[in-house]
Design a protein around this ligand. Structure first.
Ligand code: PMP
Length: 291
């Protein structure tokens, strides 16, 4: 692949309170965040110069850190100001936004009570796919072997790096089989979400989505639920077993990165992207575009 590696790009990255040239935003190899997964992050998008639901993302960033037993050493207002600065200095209008926070190098064992917390904010170009006709062909999903863990075994509400280990393995396996992504079940065998997006189905003109009790309750997921309600589309948050997929008409995934993306297949189950997916793609596009 000829994508320019992420450590070799131009621009500015905010790190620990300062705006640094892209190449200088480095950490030491002996960092707790790298060895023990004490790292949380965010994924956001700016549209026409405005980061969609920016503050909500920053609040989640703080919450994720607290769930990993550390505090982000910058207030929500300070992170908001830093994001604005990075957007301006890089001359971006529409881009992907990646805040990240991790425990540093003072202690290199499981316990790291007194580590410094480092914070960085980077942004890069990641075009959104607003070609509705192209999207309506739908993507194909595998069904992952790994399951979302019981919330009693991991802080499943956190957007924490460690929780993505099983997502990367599952997505790699899916891609090797020719799928775009994988749908994951939860620890009880119910439908959960994808490796980096939430999942919805439709039946009889209403939408159905799993209850977010052991995986990330995405900001896009909540937005889509609001948009559907505004249209008078019924919303059912409930337990969904995989066998029930045979009874749904449409399926789509949603997340900051994926936006709203229709699905044509999940393992043996087939779907036909239709009017509800199209309406929600259009409504989401209008919603994220600054007015
Ligand atoms: N689940 C997972 C595992 C994700 O990585 C994401 C993307 N952050 C989502 C769901 C969707 O979350 P959001 O809509 O807040 O981007």
């Amino acid at each position: 692949m000829s994508v320019l590696p992420f450590d070799q790009r131009d621009g500015f990255i905010w790190m620990n309170g300062k705006l640094l040239p892209w190449n200088d935003a480095k950490l030491h190899v002996l960092s707790h965040g790298l060895h023990y997964g004490s790292c949380v992050f965010e994924g956001e998008r700016a549209y026409d110069g405005v980061i969609y639901k920016s503050r909500e993302h920053t609040e989640r960033f703080h919450k994720s850190a607290r769930l990993l037993d550390f505090d982000i050493p910058y207030s929500v207002d300070e992170i908001e100001a830093a994001k604005k600065l990075v957007l301006e200095k890089n001359n971006f209008t529409s881009c992907y936004v990646r805040p990240v926070a991790w425990r540093g190098s003072e202690m290199m064992a499981v316990a790291a009570q007194h580590s410094t917390i480092h914070v960085a904010i980077a942004m890069w170009d990641w075009p959104s796919m607003f070609d509705v006709a192209e999207k309506m062909r739908g993507i194909r999903l595998d069904i992952a072997e790994y399951r979302r863990p019981d919330p009693k075994t991991a802080p499943s509400d956190a957007k924490a790096a460690g929780l993505y280990m099983i997502c990367t393995i599952s997505k790699h396996r899916a891609e090797k089989k020719g799928y775009a992504d994988a749908m994951m079940l939860d620890w009880q065998g119910r439908v959960a979400e994808c490796t980096g997006a939430n999942i919805f189905f439709t039946k009889d003109g209403a939408i159905h989505t799993p209850i977010a009790d052991c995986f990330l309750d995405g900001i896009t997921r909540r937005t889509v639920i609001d948009l559907a309600k505004r249209r008078g589309i019924g919303v059912n948050e409930r337990r969904i077993m995989p066998e029930e997929l045979a009874t749904f008409n449409e399926c789509f995934i949603c997340g900051t990165g994926a936006e709203v993306t229709p699905v044509s297949e999940v393992g043996p189950y087939k779907f036909t992207p239709g009017n509800i997916s199209r309406t929600l793609i259009e409504d989401y596009t209008a919603e994220v575009t600054p007015h």
